[in-house]
Design a protein around this ligand. Structure first.
Ligand code: PMP
Ligand code: GLN
Length: 384
């Protein structure tokens, strides 16, 4: 159909997200899809049973706007047990339609036209467009290469009177780097005495491999007091398609967050919430996740040692970065497309996470897959 109006795009630089592009190309070519991040195995049957039970129990209508009370209580208990932070289940925990909605709503609730938001590249692709949709201005800083750490002196220099928000992500997608306790102390020190809100994307909180483990901003009271923490059950329970997540924040921030949330999604899928709440009562699932994915990471890295890819360190998430300079001199997008079409393995080009297309010759593999899937992908890659 021909449109009769031609509005000026709010997001002129934005095309279709790289995850959709690469997963479609993988499907079109019949390639093994190690691009978009999702498991190719099933969650535990107990989770299905719990959701089914909820439906038969008649839990099929709107839940409370902020989420089912038993789910919010379960989240608050988990966070206190892990990070020692107390969030009030009624006024400081909100269930969202995945982390994506939590992030977008948090940005929409606090960022005004002209406000600056500091992000770190390579940056997860949903933050920038959310900021720009509400008229905010992105201040893009680079993580160091190839260890992907934050340069705190650069952050100090970038903070100004218009800085409204700093967005951090640990464990970090796409690089697998982690913020340390020292990083969090830097962030706390730099924001002390300011009105800056910290938006902390912690969706891979249970997939951190270092002995220090995941450093949640919830661990530092002075940081938690200015932060919204976003997480997602998609990563933790192998249910990325269910789109259930949550946002933690002090009551005053949560109250503003919910003003937008209620008109953004209003509520989140009731049987899924009820099922997750019941499944969560057995508190062991998330505790085994780091070991589960560490084994997959090590399996994948061992297998990849027989290829010409050069693997970067992976300290968390279910993503593995690799340089491909010994195989090809193509740019990373062209390389990812070629690999998908000609070799039968789909990956994500890391330049997609830089606004200026910076290309370090690095691609991202997702190893949240069955060993057979990983082995057959590596079988293809060994031929290169
Ligand atoms: N943040 C990061 C860093 C992610 O990797 C993802 C999803 N892969 C999300 C947010 C979105 O999570 P959800 O699917 O729960 O919306
Ligand atoms: N976050 C997932 C990834 O990094 C994908 C989610 C999405 O497709 N938006 O691959």
């Amino acid at each position: 159909m021909q449109a009769s109006v031609h509005p000026v795009s709010k997001l002129p630089q934005v095309g279709t997200t790289i995850f959709t592009v690469m997963s479609k190309l993988a499907a079109d070519c019949g390639a093994i899809n190690l691009s978009q991040g999702f498991p190719d195995f099933q969650p535990e049957p107990a989770l299905f049973d719990a959701v089914e039970r909820a439906m038969w129990d008649g839990r099929n209508q709107y839940p409370p706007m902020s989420g089912l009370p038993e789910l919010r209580a379960g989240i608050a208990a988990k966070v206190e047990a892990l990070y020692g932070a107390r969030y009030d289940a009624d006024s400081e925990v909100t269930v969202t339609a995945g982390a994506t909605q939590g992030l977008f709503t948090a940005i929409a609730a606090f960022v005004r036209s002209g406000d600056e938001v500091i992000v770190f590249e390579p940056v997860y692709d949903s933050y920038g467009p959310a900021v720009e949709t509400v008229g905010g201005k992105l201040v893009r800083l680079s993580l160091s290469f190839p260890d992907y750490r934050i340069d705190w002196a650069a952050v100090r220099a970038a903070i100004g009177p218009h800085t409204r928000m700093i967005i951090v992500n640990s464990p970090h997608n796409p690089t697998g780097s982690l913020l340390s306790a020292a990083d969090l102390r830097e962030l706390a020190a730099l924001t002390a005495g300011t009105d800056i809100i910290v938006l902390s994307d912690e969706v891979y909180e249970h997939i951190a491999f270092s002995p220090e483990g995941h450093q949640s901003v919830a661990r530092l009271p002075e940081l938690a007091a200015r932060s919204l923490i976003v997480s997602s059950f998609g990563k933790t329970y192998h249910i990325t398609g269910w789109k259930v997540g949550y946002v933690l924040a002090p009551a005053e921030l949560t109250s503003e967050f919910r003003k937008v949330h209620q008109f953004n999604v209003f509520t989140v899928n009731t049987p899924a919430q009820a099922g997750i709440a019941s499944y969560m009562q057995d508190a062991s699932h998330h505790l085994g996740l780091a070991d589960f994915y560490r084994a997959k990471r090590d399996f994948f890295r061992d297998a990849m040692a027989a290829t010409k890819f050069e693997l970067l360190p992976c300290h968390g998430t279910y993503f593995q970065l690799a340089r491909y300079g010994r195989i090809s001199s193509l740019g990373d997008r062209a390389f990812a497309e070629w690999l998908t079409r000609e070799v039968g393995v789909a990956v994500i080009p890391v330049s997609a996470f830089y606004a200026d297309g910076r290309d370090d010759g690095v691609v991202r593999f997702c190893f949240a897959k069955q060993e057979a899937t990983l082995l057959s992908a590596v079988e293809h890659l060994r031929a290169l």
